[in-house]
Design a protein around this ligand. Structure first.
Ligand code: GTP
Ligand code: MG
Length: 470
């Protein structure tokens, strides 16, 4: 690829990817198709049957009709929250139920007229659909409106793009955005007419649209090459880290459950914490010491969300690599959310899709400060779940103890030691990494009992008393 052409492609890509929601006044359209809902329930049941097979025995059953639990109202609230996360201000929300999508406009002529009126009366600069639009639906709707139209996938991509922090995350999101835009280029004629139209940029017999498509494809190839390079480096870094085996414990959960807040509370790491959804796109990793003095790596992950558009699934999954490597998962739930059960099911579904259902999971009930004591007592009867408030930092000790108990790699052992006092550095090392009891000095010898990770105690086995107690 020529340098100038590469630059053109990069410019065009940037133009396509700039956030279109930030500080815009938006009209929101939430649609539910009753016919589609029935169909979805059926396929969902089939999917569940498969999932159920891989879900660990003994776990509670997954309810059959997941779709029905979420009514239109909840969809609406969640989508409005997404729009705000993307930086939009909501001018009005229109809700529609219909039998099935209209092929040319999704919502049908009558509703489209209403949208046109509402946009005119509110002076909105953007219309957001809580549903994906086909390229031709997008074109048809935009031709009736004086403003931009954005569908659900594009909105979520916008949020992902704003929050991607690592190079890999950014590349993944750019790739997803470009792939999403590619079939929709035709509708964007107006916006792109200033770009890349210079003399000589168009190949023989090529239309502007074809030129643009070619450029976007060039850009996509370029990003893929870069992604490969970034991943190679990351793999090397990981191998280096794994040379010193420290078990990974991953926080997972629905978006907004409080994972980053808990991560911070547990590590005081100062990782981005925000009321906005998807505050964390890239996995974060911090070292942490458990009450037993064993070390773990705690990993914060991106929030799960229902109906994640399938174009986004790859970029979402790639941010969950740590989950696959984790020894234990902490499933963080918002105890105060009326949607908690539904969200729990969605998270379990994704975990099953990632093939990690067999890993030990500790259920964490977060935001217990927001629920009445009586309700808390009721929820805590489920002895599997550990109640915490990440904000008020309560329940954290108990949570760390549970992690300690669940960790099977490098198990805790107890041994008696007899050391010459001259080996002070060994005593110091053991005091740092294990719990020391019954220490007594006799002449130039020191006797004590240590309880700690086997890997540490084994290192000094030559000083172990013969009758060790592990
Ligand atoms: N009252 C209360 N609020 C909490 C608690 N934990 C988190 N929050 C709030 O919940 C919101 C979301 O918290 P985050 O930690 O960003 O949630 P998250 O799960 O990391 O969200 P994503 O990264 O978007 O998936 C923030 O406004 C937090 O202040 C808690 O224990 N009590
Ligand atoms: Mg987060």
């Amino acid at each position: 690829m020529e340098a100038s052409e590469a630059q053109d492609a990069a410019l065009l890509a940037r133009e396509l990817r700039t956030s279109q929601t930030q500080q815009e006044l938006a009209v929101i359209v939430v649609v539910e198709f009753t016919g589609e809902l029935r169909k979805r329930k059926l396929t969902a049941a089939a999917r569940l049957a498969r999932t159920a097979a891989s879900v660990m025995a003994g776990e509670e059953d997954l309810p059959g009709n997941e779709a029905s639990a979420l009514d239109l109202d909840a969809s609406r609230t969640e989508f409005e929250e997404l729009a705000r996360s993307a930086g939009a201000t909501i001018a009005a929300t229109l809700v529609q139920r219909r039998q099935k999508p209209d092929a040319s406009s999704l919502v049908g002529q009558g509703k489209l007229d209403e949208i046109v009126d509402v946009v005119a009366s509110t002076n909105a600069s953007l219309v957001l659909f809580d549903h994906d639009l086909t390229p031709s639906q997008l074109r048809n709707i935009e031709s009736r409106l004086p403003c931009h139209v954005i569908d659900r996938s594009q909105l979520i991509l916008d949020i992902f793009a704003r929050h991607a922090k690592t190079r890999e995350g950014q590349l993944q999101v750019e790739l997803a955005q470009l792939k999403y835009q590619l079939p929709r280029l035709a509708g964007r004629g107006r916006a792109m007419s200033q770009l890349g139209g210079g003399i000589g940029t168009r190949g023989p017999g090529e239309t502007q649209l074809e030129t643009d498509r070619r450029k976007i494809n060039l850009r996509i190839d370029h990003i893929k090459t870069q992604l490969d390079a970034v991943r190679r480096i990351r793999r090397q870094q990981r191998q280096r880290r794994e040379a010193v085996p420290v078990p990974v414990v991953a926080l997972v959960g629905y978006t907004n459950a409080g994972k980053s807040t808990l991560f911070n509370a547990l590590t005081e790491a100062g990782v981005l914490e925000s009321a906005r959804m998807f505050a964390t796109l890239d996995p974060k990793l911090r070292q942490l010491q458990l009450p037993s003095r064993r070390k773990i790596l705690l990993s914060d992950t991106v929030g799960f969300i229902r109906n994640l558009p399938h174009t986004l699934v790859t970029s979402f999954r790639a941010t969950l690599e740590e989950v696959e490597r984790a020894e234990i998962l902490l499933h963080v739930q918002d105890a105060s959310s009326p949607m908690r059960e539904e969200q729990k099911i969605q998270v379990k579904k994704v975990l099953a899709e990632l093939g990690v259902s067999a890993k030990p999971v500790i259920q964490v009930l977060n935001k217990t400060d927001l629920i009445p004591l009586r309700e808390l007592a009721h929820l805590s009867r489920d002895r599997e779940a550990i109640p915490v408030s990440s904000l008020q930092r309560t329940g954290l000790d108990q949570l760390l103890k549970a992690v300690d108990a669940a960790l099977v790699v490098d198990p805790l052992v107890e041994s008696s030691f007899r050391l010459p006092q001259s080996e002070g550095s060994i005593l110091t090392a053991l005091e740092r990494g294990a719990i020391i009891n019954e220490k007594r000095f006799e002449g130039n010898l020191v006797f004590f009992r240590a309880r700690g990770p086997a890997s540490l105690l084994d290192r000094y086995c030559r000083f172990r008393e013969k009758h060790h107690l592990s």
